[in-house]
Unconditional design. Sequence first.
Length: 278
Amino acid sequence: MVFSNFLQKKLSFPALSLYNGYKKYIFPWHVTGHVIIHREGPFLKKRVERIKTVQLILFVILIALGLYMVFSDHELYQLIGSNASVRVMHILLWVLAVLSLLFILWDFSSFSSLKKDYSELDFAVHNDHIAGIANRFSCDAMIEKYLDKPLPDTVGCIMVDLTNIRQINDAKGYVAGNAAIHAFSNILHTASLGLCFVGRNGGNKFMALFEECSDEKMEQFLSRVSELAEHYNAEPENLPLTYQWGNAFREGDQVKTINQLIALADRRLREKAQQGQY
């Protein structure tokens, strides 16, 4: 609850207007995933992995030393063979050793399965299940990096809307609408490679955040999106996608915080929508 209130106070700009709806359905699970995976998970996983590896190595060394002592010490070997009590104790110790080794190997197998579950949960927490790219939670995490501190001049943002998603939903249904969101997300992801972070910020809104921004990088990203969208729309079996965007760049705009930067990009996007510049 404290973390939820913190986000509501800090992430107060138009680009995060869907936060309340997001919190209602996703937030409790995401906070749990964030605490376990994003903060503790990687460190805990590595620490447990190291402990188990050392445990197995030490156990193998002890087994090897035990075998060496038994077969190298002739008197001990004879004592085991001649004394029934010692022989029974010896057998029990080796049975215990074998069971312990099997338990360690089973533990390793369980840990491998746990790592797989961890990877799947990590993907689910940080990625949108419809879009297949970074989700709202990941967008918020990127934004959090720049909260409560001066915004570097190299940070830029482009807000993108998929403008005809409502028409697709009305005409073809929500399955087709989800497919359109997924296809457009693939376009943005491909266009972002080597340039910026891209995530679905909720509904039909997407955010591209440039941490090492320049006018050239923004133009390259938008050019890639345009080319990929044209190629996608040229396919007869695909429903045409239309979009609009608004951008802001700390170096060239009078903004001092990440909130102001994203709000400016979002405002420019809405101004284009009002002017019909698709």
